[in-house]
Design a protein around this ligand. Structure first.
Ligand code: NDP
Length: 295
């Protein structure tokens, strides 16, 4: 509720953006950061700088953490655990789902409520209409602080398993980082024949945006429902056809003398689907081999 006091620990670009959004919403915010100078801007904007992590913990009903990883939370709060009972910790730092589950047990052992989240937009977009954040953890804890969290971005609650928010975050980053690597690989590929990155990206970046319409006629719901039912119908983009293309990309990369790790991984998905007898199925059949990898 609006009467809840807020502490924000971790003032990298993300933590600073969150503090600014909370201050703009009229909330009072206590902050702490290992490197105190990083608090200068938010203090000038009205935040209160705590001298120690223990003081920061004492000042907030809701303690939001925005750190490089979960180890940083233990480093910072390790000497302040006595003050955690009854507090609600919201850790928005990146880490593996298993680390976040372990942290939820740690927080519970110290009498704190624990919610974990994954911020899905870059720092400058925090607090705007475009911002959204996945959360997981106990539903009643989440609902009790929902209005605070909504200041940072639209809150999407996934369920009580604390690992879910980071799993969802990483699934999106899986797509993002894969796309970025394929963009640079493709740029290097055409670059080997003298096509500039500038000329290539003028065509290739809009192509990325056209991909959703190519994934399936019925949109994500229809494609997803078929995959959920283990059905891979379709004859326009079969695993055999896509696999041949994947092999051609590997061959072209070899000929160009550039790294083949990325296209080889892609080609492996299709080779496996074909070997398992899914060659005439839709390309989505590659998920079967991804789910059940061979050594
Ligand atoms: P930074 O790496 O810039 O900031 C990290 C913060 O963690 C700093 O406050 C740093 O303190 C602190 N920190 C790291 N290790 C320790 C430690 N051992 N002890 C004490 N403090 C520590 O990250 P961002 O602000 O960019 O991001 C924060 C989180 O948000 C990350 O998990 C990131 O994945 C996630 N995120 C970030 C996005 C972005 O656009 N930046 C987008 C989506 C998610 P100090 O200042 O003293 O170094």
């Amino acid at each position: 509720t609006a009467s809840q006091t807020i502490t924000l620990i971790g003032l990298g670009p993300m933590g600073q953006a969150m503090t600014s959004a909370l201050l703009s919403d009229g909330r009072s915010v206590t902050v702490w950061n290992r490197t105190a100078a990083r608090a200068d801007q938010v203090v000038a904007a009205g935040a209160t700088l705590a001298d120690t992590p223990a003081e920061a913990v004492a000042a907030g009903d809701v303690i939001i953490l925005s750190l490089t990883d979960y180890q940083a939370m233990y480093d910072i709060l390790g000497d302040a655990t006595a003050g955690l009972a009854g507090k609600t910790l919201v850790n928005l730092s990146s880490d593996s789902p298993e680390r976040t589950r372990e942290a939820a047990r740690w927080a519970t052992d110290h009498g704190a409520n624990f919610v974990t989240g994954g911020v899905m937009v870059p720092a400058p977009m925090v607090g705007t209409d475009l911002a959204y954040i996945y959360f997981s953890g106990p539903g009643e804890t989440f609902e009790a602080i929902r209005d605070v969290l909504e200041v940072l971005g639209r809150a999407r609650y996934l369920g009580s398993d604390p690992g879910l928010a980071q799993l969802m975050y990483q699934a999106h980053l899986d797509i993002f980082l894969g796309t970025l690597s394929s963009l640079m690989h493709a740029t290097a590929l055409v670059g080997s024949a003298g096509i500039s990155a500038r000329d290539f990206l003028v065509d290739a970046l809009p192509f990325v945006g056209a991909i959703p319409a190519m994934v399936g006629d019925g949109g994500p719901e229809e494609v997803g429902a078929l995959i959920d039912a283990d059905l891979h119908p379709g004859h326009l983009s079969t695993a055999t056809m896509m696999g041949a293309t994947a092999d051609h990309i590997v061959q072209a990369s070899e000929a160009a003398g550039i790294d083949t790790g990325y296209p080889a991984a892609v080609a492996r998905h299709y080779a496996r689907a074909i070997a398992d007898g899914h060659g005439s199925a839709n390309w989505t059949a590659i998920i079967e081999g991804i789910r059940d990898p061979q050594p």
